[in-house]
Design a protein around this ligand. Structure first.
Ligand SMILES: Cc1ncc(COP(=O)(O)O)c(C=O)c1O
Length: 379
């Protein structure tokens, strides 16, 4: 059951908290939304979902951040932008850039091809480059290309922090209206910008209203195959050895393997500040919990998109809820507490077909191919 919603422009509503020009946010905005849905309690734990999927144009929590990023690009006056993504940011940049009249070159790894929405990728003014290379090599090629060409990267790092900090303002208003506070804030983590931005925002809320909101304990959930934060913060919690099979990647969006020291330090700090933690969810455990997570969401009115075989199309949002259910069963989240799991994506329908990239590149020619893609979009 939906208990709280804001639609028609969350980013605009909190524009005074941002460094972007509100008029440019208006130009960039695609009416970003968000809502809180109450689920059936589990094991004596009150359970809510922060649904950042259903109301946003490309179906994920990236919309708020990309709206801000595009507003900042409009301020910089560059007609062209560059981005790289595991899929969701790619779709959001393509949609927001087209809406704001910008042109965009988007790099993504092969595993993300099926996540790209063909109508967005095939629009005028956008070029997609599929790069068969490791994630850090794709980033290096993009940065080199940006430096050589002067074309800005969107979202910039500051946009990621700033865009996601709006979540704290949204939740402070929701908490006030609902008369409800959360003991836990749970998100599936890849780079970690969602929660890191959120906790920066929470400090901002507390500065203007000390004691106004409870600081929820952060629970970051990582899939078994890609859990660098867990390894860095907790030493892994997993047996390793040459004879152990390599676990499958269940969600390609949660793909970031190499973290910077700054990201690890800030996540460590968020966990210390909130008395939180990051945990690895084993594949077998996730798959056991997935049907229950889907049922709970569906019963509460959150639609979960499926592929042709009936499996959930995107699992990042489900990982947060499955991780919450696991933490309840294991007694980390305790009876009497209230948890908020963030549904970061998963309700937008699966694209009807797989798109064809405009360009294919690998680690040896990614920079050169990206430069050619940029040239193609120059007036
Ligand atoms: C749907 C979805 N959920 C969660 C994440 C994790 O984002 P982050 O770790 O940067 O907060 C991503 C990003 O890749 C995503 O697309």
């Amino acid at each position: 059951m939906e208990v709280y919603a804001q639609d028609g422009g969350v980013v605009r509503r909190y524009a005074a908290r941002l460094s972007a020009d509100p008029a440019l946010i208006d130009r960039a905005s695609l009416r970003e939304g968000g809502r809180i849905v109450q689920l059936a309690p589990q094991g004596g734990v009150g359970l809510d979902v922060l649904d950042l999927s259903t109301a946003n144009t490309t179906g994920t929590f990236k919309s708020w951040m990309v709206c801000l990023a595009v507003a900042q690009c409009l301020r910089k006056g560059s007609p062209l932008v560059l981005t790289q993504s595991s899929g969701n940011t790619a779709n959001a940049v393509a949609a927001y850039a087209a809406h704001a009249g910008l042109r965009a070159v988007v790099l993504h790894p092969p595993a993300s091809r099926r996540r790209i929405v063909p109508e967005l990728a095939e629009a005028d003014g956008v070029q997609f480059v599929e790069v068969d290379a490791a994630e850090d090599e794709i980033k290096t090629a993009m940065v080199a290309c940006s430096e050589a060409s002067g074309v800005p990267i969107a979202p910039a790092r500051e946009d990621m922090y700033e865009g996601h900090k709006l979540r704290a303002h949204f939740l402070a208003d929701a908490a006030r209206e609902l008369g409800r506070q959360w003991d836990w804030h749970v998100q599936a983590v890849s780079s970690g910008y969602g929660p890191l931005g959120h906790y920066r925002g929470l400090r901002e809320v507390l500065r203007s209203d000390p004691g106004g909101v409870r600081v929820p304990r952060f629970l970051g959930v990582q899939q078994e195959a890609v859990a660098p934060y867990v390894d860095a913060l907790t030493g892994g919690g997993r047996e390793t050895g040459a004879d152990r099979p390599v676990p499958a990647v269940l969600e390609p969006t949660l793909f970031r393997r190499a973290l910077t020291d700054e990201l690890v330090a800030e996540m460590r700090e968020v966990c210390a500040f909130s008395r939180g933690t990051v945990r690895r969810l084993a594949n077998t455990r996730y798959l056991q919990l997935e049907p229950r997570a889907v049922t709970l969401l569906t019963e509460a009115g959150v639609s979960v998109a499926r592929d042709d075989a009936g499996a959930p199309w995107e699992r990042a949002g489900l990982y947060a809820l499955a991780g919450t259910l696991a933490a309840i069963e294991e007694g980390l989240i305790r009876p009497g507490e209230r948890a908020l799991a963030v549904f970061t994506g998963g309700s937008a329908p699966a694209p009807p077909r797989t798109y064809e990239p405009h360009w294919l590149a690998d680690r040896t020619d990614a920079e050169e191919v990206t430069t050619r893609a940029l040239d193609k979009l120059r007036p």
